[in-house]
Write a new protein. Structure first.
Lengths: 247, 396
């Protein structure tokens, strides 16, 4: 089976005035279809950079990122937009629903950019809302909903285009622990249904809900393995073979 | 994403912030309305002037001559000959001799009446008809008859409607009223178009001196240039200089007046159009604010797969919709104001001047407002489309 997501020595540099910040330092990993992977790391570890690159919002400075075998680094802005539309479903920490649109219109947005006809769009969006248990609230505006409900709408929006990868960026960050668990449960359900789910978080207790953990530190991969291994949740003092002491 | 969907989205945004949109559109509304009213006013003015002139006859030429010494001069008989020589172009002719003296009827002196010595053709030339009695005749010219034709005003005001057969005095000369003209104006008033008196030019020449102005009609009013040229050639032959005569055609004067009005209206409409540009700048300003406010929305849309041109399309269409909506409201207000202006003018003055909005002005004002609206909407749209999705997503 070919990997869905393939990072080959991916580097990302940001230029801040004269100095250069290395946000991703030769990161390599593969994610296969149907996996539920958590990318964990503290702030500044490079997990956001990773998520931006996986989400095709950004391209690597060096190295290669293959999504479904396509080299994302060689794509122009329009192609990136198309890949985001067709292959990726985003779930954000702040839900990022459009406040002026009602729920079904919000869920329709990716389909609209995919050029799906109005009738089919409405049908599929209603169905997606149905699946997250909000089918009867489709006329409501996002602000009339609780945080957990809003996040369910954003899950519906992520699913509606049948993407290859569900990319969840701190999906529980803005929720209380009970609704957070609910949302995590939904992600696990999606995984059970065969979806590929990539979860980005700083929280070990959330990361362990995934099947596999990729831990990042200072832009490098320090652990890549099953989430039930003892070292998965322990931050190693020494990373990789380079033996550099973490400050 | 289809244009119609962008349009629906734009309308949704416009409706959700009504007050702001209205304020944004205000400049466009005022500009479009002003252009429409001003051009309508100019149009009405032009119609008014054209109507006034055509009642004088646009196929007439007015010739003024001066005498150049004793040898090179022109009297009425000479002028008739010139007209006869150019009969392929010229038709009727009448000397016009303005009378200086006042009209005296019984013991009353009337200073307001316009008295003119004319030929038997003058009434035809100026489109006047005799209501009672007779008009002037060729024999009156030959015999220098002491007769006159008076306007409806004098008849009503001084003769109780029975002027024919009565006498009056002009410049000390006693004249018999042989005819009364049909009423021309809407009302009879002192100094108005019905306060007039015509006597044979030969009689008038005896009192006021030789005729120096002539009114000639053309056979074909489309041959103005040839007619004028032929007449001028004959006059040049007499005077051997073009300093001693002038030939003016009514049509030319009308043209001059019309082009003056057009220039005036053009300048005013141009000033009003500046407000259109200012209005569009207002739209650009609001669109820029809106792009900043909606940075996060743009980021979300981009992350969900919106290409740059969709974002661009959305904002340009929103700018275009706003300016078009402003344009439509402006057209309605402009038309309303035109109707009000027409009513007000007819109430405060007796002249009727119709402020008529023209389709051209409406289309132009609308076109400019939408055109520049799109042009100015382009800049904010470009800004929105170029936003980096990562930055836009994390914008607060």
């Amino acid at each position: 089976m070919n990997p869905l997501i393939e990072f080959q020595q991916v580097c990302k540099y940001y230029h801040m005035g004269d100095s250069t910040v290395v946000a991703a330092d030769h990161i390599s990993f593969e994610i296969f279809p149907g996996e539920f992977v958590a990318i964990v790391g503290s702030s500044g570890s490079g997990k956001s950079t990773c998520m931006n690159i996986i989400g095709c919002l950004d391209v690597p400075s060096e190295g290669t990122y293959l999504l479904k075998g396509q080299d994302v680094g060689q794509m122009d802005k329009n192609q990136l937009a198309e890949v985001r539309n067709r292959l990726l479903g985003f779930i954000f920490q702040q839900y990022n629903l459009l406040p002026k649109l009602n729920l079904v219109e919000n869920v329709e947005v990716p389909l609209m950019y995919a050029g799906v006809s109005k009738k089919e769009r409405r049908e599929r969006a209603r169905q997606a809302l149905e699946e997250v248990g909000l089918g009867d609230k489709w006329r409501h505006k996002p602000m009339e909903l609780s945080g957990g409900q809003q996040q369910r709408v954003s899950i519906a929006r992520a699913l509606v285009g049948h993407p290859s990868v569900i990319l969840a960026d701190e999906p529980t960050g803005a929720l209380d622990s009970r609704t957070g668990r609910e949302v995590l449960g939904m992600l696990q359900d999606l995984h059970q249904q065969g979806h590929t789910v990539v979860l980005i978080t700083h929280d070990n207790s959330i990361a362990v809900q995934a099947q596999r953990i990729i831990r990042l530190e200072d832009g490098k991969v320090v652990y890549d393995g099953p989430s039930d291994a003892p070292e998965a949740v322990v931050t190693p003092r020494f990373s990789g073979g380079e033996g550099r002491v973490r400050a | 994403m289809k244009i119609t969907e962008s349009l629906q989205l734009a309308l949704k945004n416009i409706v959700s912030s009504k007050v702001r949109t209205l304020l944004t559109m205000l400049g466009i509304i005022i500009g479009v309305a002003a252009v429409i009213v001003i051009v309508g006013l100019g149009n009405g003015l032009e119609t008014y002037v054209t109507d006034s002139f055509s009642s004088l006859g646009t196929n007439t030429l007015t010739v003024s001559v001066m005498s150049r010494g004793s040898t090179r001069s022109l009297d009425a008989e000479d002028f008739y000959e010139i007209v006869a020589d150019n009969s392929q172009y010229l038709d009727l002719c009448s000397p016009t001799v303005p009378m200086m003296g006042y009209v005296k009827i019984g013991s009353e002196t009337i200073s307001s009446t316009t008295c003119t010595g004319v030929s038997e053709d003058y009434l035809d030339i100026s489109g006047m008809t005799v209501a009672s009695g007779r008009g002037l005749q060729y024999s009156d010219m030959l015999t220098r008859s002491k007769v006159c034709v008076i306007g409806a005003y004098l008849n009503q005001a001084y003769f109780g409607g029975n002027a024919v057969g009565q006498t009056l005095r002009v410049g000390g000369q006693s004249l018999e009223v042989v005819g009364v003209l049909a009423q021309k104006g809407d009302t009879l008033e002192e100094g108005g178009s019905d306060d007039c008196l015509y006597l044979p030019y030969t009689t008038a020449e005896r009192i006021s001196g030789q005729a120096s102005t002539y009114t000639v009609t053309m056979r074909d009013e489309n041959n103005i240039d040839q007619s004028v040229a032929a007449l001028e050639a004959s006059l040049y032959a007499v005077f051997a200089s073009d300093d001693y005569y002038t030939v003016t055609s009514m049509a030319e004067m009308l043209d001059t007046m019309t082009s003056m009005i057009n220039i005036l209206v053009g300048v005013l409409a141009g000033i009003a159009a500046i407000s259109l540009v200012v209005g569009d700048i207002g739209i650009m300003n609001i669109m820029l604010v809106s792009v900043t406010e909606r940075t996060r929305e743009i980021g979300v849309r981009k992350s969900l797969g919106a290409k740059e041109r969709y974002i661009m399309q959305q904002f340009v269409i929103e700018a275009a919709t706003t300016s078009a909506l402003g344009g439509i409201i402006g057209i309605l207000i402009g038309d309303g104001l035109s109707a009000v202006a027409t009513a007000v003018i007819s109430r405060i003055s007796e002249e009727s001047l119709t402020v008529a909005p023209t389709l051209g002005a409406v289309l132009l004002a609308f076109g400019i407002s939408v055109g520049i609206g799109i042009l100015f909407g382009y800049l904010p749209a470009k800004k929105a489309a170029r936003l980096n999705p990562i930055d836009a997503l994390h914008y607060d």
